[in-house]
Design a protein around this ligand. Structure first.
Ligand SMILES: NC(=O)c1ccc[n+]([C@@H]2O[C@H](COP(=O)([O-])OP(=O)(O)OC[C@H]3O[C@@H](n4cnc5c(N)ncnc54)[C@H](O)[C@@H]3O)[C@@H](O)[C@H]2O)c1
Length: 353
């Protein structure tokens, strides 16, 4: 078994590579990454110690991918993962990596007859209809009133049949376009591909920054100090996301790969669901508890054009199809992040505070 993980030094890529190696010690696993994300280099010793080969490679360059040789499974985990990317300055890097680079990976999988796993995003769902949901504020968090529902939405969250008309951010568009090409490769070449539309993923070894990886950023700033602000939607911190531990994503992937007959069709919403959702303000309280200090949090009421007030993943379809449920609660995710920040303080504090 030979597995190529593109973006293999990133948060999800390194977590999946390490989990696959732990459970398949004889597998030949290659983590390829261009180390664009600050902090990804901190994962290199962990990969090396586990017996995973690291290759410096850029998915925008087909020759880089060709040099990596054949594989049985290609996990495409590289991306510019920020939904705010491309708005100030040029969107070229975003488009070249998330669309053209993903197509290079897809073509690599076709050439080697490899199974392809694509980490798509909840942000393929369009912004205006998400902003138009009937949200009310309750206990410092936006919520959908019980019983309210519409096409593809309910208090359980956003499901796969939420209508796709409308704009969705440059990032979301690169992911949706990639999904469509994957669908074409399935039909044209019989490529086996799993498409998971992931909500917020979190856990230790995520190098949180202001525009991506808010769970780690929030915890790190509470523990190490630094600034935080509630941005958008009135600056109240009431916006909500559900959170999935990356180990639960791995658990699902193993089940999906064991049942490609089911998983390699359509798309799957993947997330922690309503039970693991939090607003920023509630997250602040949870972090203040663990860090034993309150942080003064600024407020910027203006909303970024790519932002949405509420996203909870309705992942019940995947749960039923694969007998899967997330095992790590929101509290466990936060606890694990704090443990990691304490243990690796020396290396992480300069990066995350
Ligand atoms: N983290 C989340 O909450 C989340 C949610 C939904 C989807 N996703 C998707 O999951 C995947 C992994 O995200 P992540 O959170 O690990 O992000 P990450 O930034 O931690 O990892 C991405 C890695 O890709 C690398 N990379 C960037 N451009 C590259 C290029 N041109 N060639 C090779 N490597 C390149 C980066 O250096 C980084 O190490 C992405 O596709 C992302 O869109 C993530």
């Amino acid at each position: 078994m030979r597995i190529l993980v593109t973006g293999g030094a990133g948060f999800v890529g390194s977590s999946l590579a390490l989990a696959f190696k732990r459970d398949n010690p004889t597998a030949d696993i290659i983590a390829a990454d261009n180390l664009k994300r600050r902090g990804s280099e901190l994962n290199l010793p962990r990969l090396r110690d586990a017996g995973i080969r690291f290759e410096h490679a850029d998915i925008r360059e087909p020759e880089d991918l060709a040099a990596l040789g054949p594989m049985d499974l290609l996990l495409e985990c590289s991306a510019e993962p920020s939904v705010q990317a491309g708005y100030s300055g040029s969107p070229a890097y975003l488009l070249d990596t998330n669309l053209r680079g993903t197509l290079n990976c897809l073509e690599t999988a076709r050439r080697h007859d490899a199974t392809f796993v694509f980490l798509s995003t909840s942000r393929v769902y369009p912004i205006d209809p998400l902003r138009a949901l009937p949200l009310t504020a309750k206990n410092d968090a936006l919520t959908i009133p019980g019983g309210a529902n519409g096409p593809g939405w309910s208090a359980h969250g956003i499901a796969e049949d939420f209508p796709l008309d409308g704009h969705r951010s440059l990032y979301g568009a690169t992911k949706l376009a990639s999904e469509q090409f994957i669908e074409e490769y399935r039909a044209a070449f019989g490529l086996k591909a799993v498409i998971n539309r992931c909500g917020v993923l979190a856990g230790p070894w995520q190098m949180g920054k202001v525009d991506q990886g808010f769970m780690c950023l929030w915890a790190a700033r509470h523990l190490y100090g630094g600034k935080l602000s509630y941005n958008g939607f009135g600056g109240l911190g009431h916006q909500v996301r559900d959170v999935l531990h990356v180990a639960d994503l791995y658990d699902l992937l193993v089940r999906q790969l064991a049942d490609l007959e089911t998983s390699a069709k359509g798309v799957w919403n993947v997330g922690g669901g309503a039970a693991n959702a939090t607003s920023l303000r509630r997250l602040s309280a949870a972090c203040a508890d663990r860090a034993r200090r309150e942080l003064e949090i600024a407020s910027h009421p203006d909303t970024n054009p790519a932002d949405i007030p509420w996203f909870v993943t309705d992942a019940r379809r995947a749960a039923t199809a694969f007998g899967w449920t997330p095992k790590k609660s929101l509290d466990t995710v936060i606890d694990e992040i704090f443990d990691w920040l304490e243990t690796e303080r020396e290396e992480l504090q300069p990066l995350l505070s």
